[in-house]
Design a protein around this ligand. Structure first.
Ligand SMILES: Cc1cc2nc3c(=O)[nH]c(=O)nc-3n(C[C@H](O)[C@H](O)[C@H](O)COP(=O)(O)OP(=O)(O)OC[C@H]3O[C@@H](n4cnc5c(N)ncnc54)[C@H](O)[C@@H]3O)c2cc1C
Length: 507
């Protein structure tokens, strides 16, 4: 389907001829292999331009979809007849409020940029585990869970006031922004729109366009500039700021790991806490595939069972001492053992830098020796998420035994959020690239894990998106899918906001 010339001209009048294209070479660069292409790509610069594009799409009966930095797989066209809003020209940090500890950004500010500005001011932000190359708009990250979530929470909880172009093209300023023109509160007065716009996850392009948003920020106890020199992954040794500590601790059993992680939460000593497996650690320092495989073997042979990566950051010498002692007590109580390679002076500073700046996610996930995919995961209370993964995990073993998947030594992959207030877990699988059937088992594992989540009442995983998933989970979860459809229909009567990855109104 080619856009009507009248619509294309009207879109061009909004953004200018240099900010719109329907050239196949451009459209191809926005499409994943085998997926539908957009009909045109637009690059709006202001909220008013976004509004005008959305209104035109409604008027001409075509759909639209926005994306921020475009890292995720969910910003695609979904089907024919869709206009892309690539928000890369909306790239300003609008406010860093040091006193009230929030920031306001446009969609194309990325976390690496925001965090660097914050560190200069003694502040820090949560970063999606997808990497600091992603948008710092809390409404772009799917959940916004990441390495720093143990101390810096995640998307839903950090979200404050926001500016939203609704699917029909109305500009809504939600929270304190709408009532008093300030950004510090996401809710009220009266019923909050925040719960309409997002819950644990955001609508993945299916409910209009977010043009500005505020989020909570946190204290940074480190230096204004992290003391790192050299070339990744071989940074100069011993570059660790005072009061910072890094360890990878493995435990004799998943149960002991889980209890130890809970104690870390109770003691509030974690700055970063991630249930990485040895393979994810190795990906941070390997420079080629052979090295990666050698490190995986070395690290896997050196651990006694599943583990976590912890970074602690002392606010004072006494605080540092307390954190070290508390961790040692937890290690002693649960039989933890450090993976020494992580603490070696030649590695520790580089590891610390990469995890705090969240620079290696793509290497942790996608690698030549196999991909770690978070097949099914959820966010709820920490022990529940631990149990969920342990109940789902055995299905992997059969495929590992058959050689379709590679052993990963992962389960449970758990993240602690807000010092244990919540937890996130994923069932990671490592595809065997040598076996053409490997990718096929992903679907079977997902089905098993969905069944486990429903039968065990483990909640709705973050990876439940699209009609089929909501229809599967909704009937077991207070029929939330019916409410979600009502929201979609009410705010998007023309179905203009393309919602393959959210929910459609008419199913
Ligand atoms: C390797 C890898 C690891 C990942 N790990 C994590 C993880 O640890 N934690 C986690 O939460 N997620 C994770 N994800 C998913 C991740 O959150 C998304 O990929 C990420 O948010 C993409 O960031 P982005 O800023 O580039 O968003 P985009 O790719 O630009 O957009 C993501 C979605 O949001 C929509 N969207 C974006 N901006 C707007 C806007 N301004 N208005 C309306 N809709 C918009 C898009 O249509 C799309 O559906 C991972 C993804 C990958 C590829």
């Amino acid at each position: 389907m080619v856009l009507k010339r009248e619509l294309y001209q009207a879109l061009e009048d909004v953004v200018g001829p240099e900010n719109i294209s329907e050239a196949p070479v451009i459209l191809g660069s926005y499409a994943q292999r085998g997926r539908p292409r957009f009909e045109a790509v637009t690059l709006p610069k202001t909220t008013e331009e976004v509004q005008a594009i959305v209104r035109l799409c409604n008027r001409f009966g075509v759909q639209f979809k926005a994306s921020s930095s475009g890292w995720g797989a969910y910003g695609d066209a979904g089907g024919p007849g869709v206009v892309k809003l690539d928000l890369r020209r909306m790239n300003r940090i609008l406010e860093i409020n040091e006193k009230n500890m929030y920031v306001v950004v446009e969609p194309y500010v990325i976390y690496a940029q925001l965090q660097a500005e914050l560190m200069k001011r003694g502040l820090n932000c949560n970063i999606t585990g997808a990497g600091s190359n992603c948008s710092a708009l809390p409404l772009a990250a799917h959940q916004g869970i990441g390495h720093l979530s143990v101390s810096g929470s995640y998307g839903e909880r950090n979200q404050l006031a926001l500016e939203w172009v609704t699917p029909e093209g109305e500009i809504v300023r939600a929270g304190s922004l709408g009532s008093i023109g300030q950004w510090w509160c996401g809710d009220g007065p009266g019923p909050s729109l925040r719960g309409i716009i997002r819950g644990n996850v955001m609508p993945l392009g299916g409910l209009g366009v977010y043009t500005k948003a505020a989020q909570k920020i946190y204290h940074w106890p480190g230096p204004a500039t992290f003391p790192i020199e050299g070339v990744s992954p071989h940074y100069r040794p011993n570059q660790i700021p005072p009061g910072f500590m890094i360890h990878y601790i493995s435990f004799p059993s998943p149960e002991k790991l889980s209890k130890a992680a809970q104690k870390v939460g109770e003691a509030e000593i974690g700055f970063i806490l991630m249930g990485f497996n040895p393979g994810m650690i190795s990906a941070n320092i390997a420079t080629n595939n052979n090295e990666d495989l050698a490190y995986i073997k070395q690290f896997t042979d050196s651990v006694q069972g599943p583990g976590f990566l912890i970074i602690m950051a002392g606010n004072s010498p006494r605080d540092t001492e307390y954190k070290e002692k508390a961790l040692q007590q937890i290690i002693d109580e649960y039989g933890g053992e450090p993976l020494e390679a992580v603490e070696e002076p030649k590695n520790a500073g580089g590891f610390m830098w990469r995890f705090i700046r969240v620079t290696s996610s793509i290497r942790e996930v996608a690698r030549a020796s196999g991909i770690f995919a978070g097949e099914v995961g959820g966010t709820d209370v920490f022990p529940l998420m631990h149990q969920y993964i342990m109940r789902s995990a055995p299905v992997k073993q059969r495929y590992i035994d058959e050689g379709k998947l590679l052993a990963d030594g992962t389960d449970p992959f758990v993240q602690s959020v807000e010092h244990g207030h919540a937890g996130h877990a994923e069932l990671l699988i490592r595809f065997n690239k040598q076996d053409p059937g490997s990718l096929k088992v992903a679907g079977e594992i997902a089905q098993f894990a969905n069944k486990t989540a429903i039968e065990g009442h483990f909640g709705v995983p973050g990876h439940a998106w699209g009609d089929a998933a909501h229809d599967q989970y909704g009937p077991h979860t207070l029929n939330y899918h019916k409410w979600l459809r009502k929201i979609k229909k009410t705010f998007d009567p023309n179905a203009a906001s393309e919602s393959t990855n959210y929910i459609t109104a008419d199913n």
